[in-house]
Design a protein around this ligand. Structure first.
Ligand code: AHM
Ligand code: MG
Length: 335
């Protein structure tokens, strides 16, 4: 766009998506950017709640336990309802499924216009809500499979991660940052609170090929597979020269790993033999972003994006980050 000389053009998420679609998918209908604008709207509302949480009476638990067996925080519920409300009325969403809900929501019977499936973790890192530590929202977008009958809801949802048409996350932190990919790179935006728009801050983000941090809840060490324990021993050697960083919010730990390099690991434990993190709305979207930025993601046996999900709330071990660091973990953890 031509500059007027005084006012810089503002590139917000919606404009960015439209520009890239025009360049790479000239037949696109604009439906996708309309969908994404539902996500940006919802996450702006959530960011506002997060920022004012101590001023409004919305901190603390609801007293309920979710399908994952975890305590539900009031902000979890608000975030969940906000996303459902903002996206449910877009008209092009058929199914939505959330970490917080047992069953998927059938928003609209599939037709030519309601082709999208949204899977999301409305507020990741909930245990950090009350103590002002970074939390986030993660989302994955799939399309209905035309070869499958509309009523087979779970078959539409249980698609391997390589079929995601888009994925992203928002981290609510010192600033609110949104990252998304549609399979042509990873792009990052910062919420400008003065105008209420996500402004482009980094285009085509690349994850460093290697980093010097590892990120894992080392308190569970005795429960980890031997190979992970051997890797942890190596990190303490002079040759390794590694540092440990662990926020305990996946989005925040991933965001740092994406920008600085290194590796995030949530291995199987004796208590959680399949790992803790959820495949469909935590591991898959972040794996898509990691790969698009030049990184890697595995469960120790196979690429996360190639796993065939069997259940909506399925868990998976996760090793994600810079390619060299993921390979290093695997060289110790030959499962
Ligand atoms: P949540 O989605 O209920 O918040 O749980 C997932 C969180 C991740 O953000 C984080 O990586 C992990 O749980 C931390 O688990 P732990 O406390 O076992 O280290
Ligand atoms: Mg989560």
């Amino acid at each position: 766009m031509e500059k007027s000389g005084r006012v810089e053009p503002i590139r917000n998420v919606e404009q960015h998506v439209m520009e890239r679609q025009r360049a790479y998918h000239p037949n696109a209908t604009g439906e996708f950017s309309w969908l994404l604008s539902g996500i940006t709207l919802a996450t702006k509302v959530i960011a506002d709640h997060v920022r004012r949480a101590g001023l409004r009476d919305i901190l603390g638990g609801t007293g309920a336990v979710n399908v994952q067996g975890e305590l539900v925080q009031q902000l979890d519920v608000i975030a969940n309802e906000t996303i459902l409300a903002c996206l449910g009325y877009r008209g092009n969403v058929g199914i939505m499924a959330s970490e917080e809900d047992d069953e998927p929501h059938i928003i609209k019977d599939f037709d030519d216009h309601s082709k999208y499936i949204i899977l999301f973790d409305p507020l990741d890192g909930s245990s950090n809500i009350d103590v002002n530590v970074s939390i986030g929202t993660i989302f994955a977008i799939l399309q209905r499979r035309p070869e499958i009958e509309a009523g087979q809801v779970m078959d539409h949802i249980l698609q391997p991660g390589f079929r995601q048409v888009a994925a992203g996350y928002v981290v609510y932190s010192s600033s609110t940052v949104l990252a998304y990919t549609t399979g042509d790179g990873v792009h990052m935006f910062t919420l400008d609170p003065s105008i209420g728009a996500y402004r482009l801050s980094r285009e085509n983000v690349r994850m460093p090929a290697k980093g010097d941090t590892y990120s894992i809840n080392e308190a569970y060490r005795a429960q980890f597979p031997d190979g992970i324990q051997a890797y942890l021993d190596w990190t303490k050697t002079k040759e390794a020269g590694r540092s440990l960083r662990y926020v305990g919010s996946l989005v925040a730990d991933f965001h740092r790993t994406l920008l600085r390099g290194g590796v995030f690991i949530y291995p199987p434990t004796k208590k959680a033999p399949d790992g803790k993190l959820r495949l469909l709305y935590e591991a898959n979207p972040l794996a898509f972003i990691a790969e698009q930025a030049g990184g890697a993601a595995t469960d120790g046996r196979q690429r996360i994006l190639e796993k065939t999900p069997k259940a909506l709330h399925e868990r998976t071990p996760l090793v994600i980050g810079s390619k060299a660091d993921v390979d290093r973990v695997l060289s110790f953890w030959k499962s």
